[in-house]
Structures are given as C-alpha cells and as structure tokens.
Ligand binder design. Structure first.
Ligand SMILES: [Zn+2]
Ligand SMILES: [Zn+2]
Length: 241
C-alpha cells in the first residue's frame, strides 16, 4: 500500500451503518454487502393484509379516506420493534446525521417512484414539486437536524425537482407515543401551511415511514386547500398494520 492509499484509507474509512463492518472507502455505500442482501431479502416479504409484495400492495392506513386513497409509493414494509436492517436504517435516519443513510433512502425512493409512475402512467416530469412534513422543533433541537427535510432535498436532487417548504411544524407531542385516534388529532394540530404558490402543481410528499397515515392525511388536506393537483406520498417504509 503506498502512502496516498494509506492516508485515504485512514481518513475515509466507512463503516456499515448496520453492522459496523468496514467498507472499502472507494465504495460510496451506507451498508455492507451482507447487510445489503439482508435488506434485499425484505423485499420478498408479503403484506399480511393483501398478500402482495411491497410493489403491488395497495393497502393504505385506515385514517386515509376510502374514496380518495392516494397511491402510496413505499420501498419496504415496516414492522415496529423488530431487529431488522429496514428498521435500523429508520433508526439511524432519525438519530444520526449520516449523509450515506439519507442518500441510500433517497435513492431507493427515487427508483420506486419511477417504477410506480411508469406503471400508473403518471408523467413524473410534469409539473411536480417535492415537499415534506418537517420535524418537530424539539426533535430538530435534540438531534440537530431535520431528517425529512434532508431526505426530501436528496430525493428532489436525484429527481431533478425543486423542494418547496410547504409546512411549518407547530406540534408538541411525538406521534410515536400516541394511539391511532390521538395521532389523527395531534397531526391535525401539528402542521400549518406556509405561504407558498403551489396552485395546479403535482406534489411528491416525502416522509420516512408511514404508519397511521395521520401525518400524510393532514398534509394532503393542506396541500389540496392550497391548490395542489395530484399528491403522491413517497416513503421509505410502510406499516400495513
Ligand atoms: Zn453491515
Ligand atoms: Zn397490502
């Protein structure tokens, strides 16, 4: 190993965000090969409700209205409280500011978006903007960043789109600790629409995980009121419970 190689290795050593295994610095990856294949195994998991895989499951949380259920684009199924690479990525996304993790999620979200849009005959290049439900102020202070904002930015860059900051988070309680009913009420009181011009725009609404659908529901209502045309939620993971 020559000196330059040695220096590069010492400074740019990457560790797999899941298992801490050292990854070759030349490879811009967030997870090692072993964890990658474990992650890919999750794509074979079938929905407990409909029996389809993530690409064909159209199950949406019951909080979203029956008559106006949007197609939700998700990359993997999410099961809370289990030890899986899927969950570990979510955990890291929320708690540690790691660009590789954000990039990893944004990349899979982009790939799924293009695939679904082709299948649903949606021209994703036509008049689309990207937005996101921002993190609560206390979360931003605690962890020092807003993971949904960073995710939306990385996703938009990959899609060649503009991010419009449509919401302000004025919520106090964390959704995670609440029941489904409480989540709906809490979410409704948590977001305010900003003074933005999105009249006639199509929107990709980016979030990390969709669970009760309460956040997506309130954000969609606010976007519609502001004149948005088509709104498609895009999330890294989806809980179909
Ligand atoms: Zn690993
Ligand atoms: Zn399903």
């Amino acid at each position: 190993m020559n000196v330059i190689e040695y220096i590069k290795r010492s400074f740019f050593t990457r560790k797999c965000v899941i298992c801490d295994e050292v990854i070759d610095y030349k490879r811009q990856k967030a997870i090692c090969d072993d964890c990658s294949s474990l992650w890919l195994d999750h794509l074979d998991i079938l929905c407990e409700k409909c029996g389809y895989d993530i690409d064909y499951c159209t199950c949406t949380p019951s909080t979203l209205s029956r008559k106006n259920k949007p197609p939700i684009i998700s990359c993997v199924f999410y099961k809370p409280n289990v030890n899986s690479p899927v969950n570990y990525i979510v955990y890291k996304l929320k708690r540690e500011y790691l660009l590789e993790v954000i990039d990893f999620c944004a990349q899979v979200m982009k790939e799924k978006t293009i695939m679904h849009c082709k299948r649903l005959n949606i021209d994703y290049r036509n008049n689309f903007i990207v937005t996101y439900p921002p993190r609560r102020k206390s979360g931003k202070i605690k962890y020092g960043y807003d993971h949904t904002k960073l995710l939306a930015k990385a996703y938009a860059k990959k899609m060649g789109m503009k991010v419009v900051s449509c919401f302000t988070n004025i919520g106090r309680s964390e959704q995670k600790t609440l029941t489904k009913h409480e989540r709906v009420i809490n979410a409704a009181n948590s977001y305010r629409i900003n003074d933005v011009d999105i009249q006639g725009k199509n929107v990709f609404l980016i979030d990390d995980v969709i669970t009760s659908g309460a956040t997506v529901k309130v954000c969609m209502q606010l976007l519609k009121t502001a004149g948005a045309k088509m709104i498609i939620p895009v999330t890294y993971a989806k809980d179909t419970k």
